[in-house]
Design a binder for this molecule. Sequence first.
Ligand SMILES: [Zn+2]
Length: 65
Amino acid sequence: MTVETRQNTDAGSSFAWCSWHQGYTRTARLVRLPADQGSGAGAPGLFACAPCRYALDLVPVADQS
Ligand SMILES: [Zn+2]
């Protein structure tokens, strides 16, 4: 496995694990905040890729008002 460290053209998305289709994606957005905030421990929040967000009508946390 070669790790490329070229410039990251990040347009609001990131490489992360999609919790919906159970796979890595480059279009991940945080759609659910950690369940227990404040304790410091627990889940780091859930990410969903673009197709899953579209299919399941998930709104990224950053886009919620
Ligand atoms: Zn997905």
